[in-house]
Design a protein around this ligand. Structure first.
Ligand code: HEM
Ligand code: HEM
Length: 139
């Protein structure tokens, strides 16, 4: 989870930087030399994004396998729906990212940003609800 949050913060920083460069390039085209950073930023952002998807799926499988092993069933707390929401938002965000440079899909960029804001809230909720579940096992 620490890695997940770390990746999320890096993605937000890189994404914000890309947005800044892009908007600068729009208003001040002469700044092109700086904007050449953009393709590498984009590659790093995309790779970190794939790692985020991977860590979230890993947490999902650990949660499901662990809970099934312990109880033989799922759905003991709000942690399950919140966890599934996090997974859905992450996959949707990664998908929306692949649509961003499509000329006929101007909505993809704002969708990516909206999904990521929701994801931030959902990550906080999943940590909180996960923490509550952990408390149940402590004496
Ligand atoms: C889930 C995995 C993710 C993938 C695969 C991904 C991929 C991408 C891609 C391909 C772009 C387009 C860059 C371009 O304009 O050409 C982008 C833009 C962006 N992403 Fe992500 N991203 C992910 C997660 C995130 C997260 C978690 C955040 C923030 C918390 C974020 C924030 C941004 C921002 C701010 C932009 C720039 C939008 C703009 O230029 O206006 N991304 N992302
Ligand atoms: C992206 C993040 C996470 C996802 C997608 C996720 C997903 C899940 C899922 C689907 C379950 C099965 C829940 C059930 O059927 O009731 C589970 C169980 C569990 N998770 Fe997570 N989880 C995440 C993060 C966390 C965190 C941060 C913690 C601890 C602080 C945590 C602690 C637990 C514990 C203790 C269980 C066992 C629940 C039980 O026995 O009722 N999880 N997780």
């Amino acid at each position: 989870m620490g890695l997940t949050v770390f990746l999320f913060v890096c993605l937000a920083a890189l994404g914000g930087w890309m947005r800044y460069l892009r908007l600068q390039g729009e208003t001040v085209p002469a700044i092109d030399t700086q904007t050449s950073l953009f393709p590498s930023l984009r590659r790093v952002h995309f790779s970190l994004g794939m790692m985020l998807v991977f860590t979230i799926l890993l947490l999902l499988s650990i949660g499901i396998v662990g809970t099934l092993g312990h109880f033989g069933s799922l759905g003991h707390s709000p942690h399950l729906p919140v966890g599934l929401t996090v997974v859905t938002l992450t996959l949707a965000s990664a998908w929306s990212a692949t649509q961003i440079n499509h000329p006929q899909k101007p909505w993809a960029r704002s969708l990516h940003l909206t999904l990521n804001s929701l994801l931030m809230v959902a990550l906080a909720l999943v940590s909180w609800s996960g923490w509550l579940v952990v408390q149940k096992y402590l004496p």
